[in-house]
Design a protein. Structure first.
Length: 101
């Protein structure tokens, strides 16, 4: 049987109203996870439309930064440090797909 939404037409609860929000995101749509410019200050930010799904992994990665633990290879590119990597930033800028959900 094909999937369809038609069963819900004209049956939406009258007391409900649509809600939404704004995505907090960087231009390139990658989050900022790790140290900020002020020593001892860390952030998990700009989680865009994937923050609920990514929150546990993002928190773990930030804890690794705080702890001074060994970091995965992608950590730098998910932190503010990516802005000091022109080839990486150029590749992101040239990409047509920012992965916006
Ligand atoms: C419409 C919509 C649908 C989404 N759907 C999904 C989804 O299906 N799956 C998914 O993974 N993600 C989804 N997301 C993204 C996800 O909701 C966010 O990435 C996530 O909530 C970000 O979490 P956060 O804690 O970083 O920020 P937030 O949840 O925005 O929390 C920030 C908090 O800080 C408070 N705050 C702000 N400024 C101050 C201040 N000056 N002082 C004190 N408090 C302050 C705010 O009130 C807020 O409570 C969606 C987002 C939107 C908008």
């Amino acid at each position: 049987m094909p999937l369809t939404n038609k069963a819900y037409y004209d049956k939406l609860p009258a007391t409900k109203s649509p809600h939404g929000g704004l995505y907090t995101m960087t231009d390139e749509n990658l989050p900022i996870i790790g140290p900020l410019q002020t020593e001892g200050v860390f952030a998990v930010a700009a989680l865009s439309g994937f923050g609920t799904m990514a929150s546990c992994a993002a928190g773990e990665l930030c804890a690794q930064w705080i702890d001074g633990a060994e970091l995965p290879a992608y950590a730098k590119h998910l932190s503010l440090q990516r802005y000091a990597d022109p080839p990486f930033m150029t590749a992101l800028t040239l990409s047509n797909d920012r992965g916006v959900l």
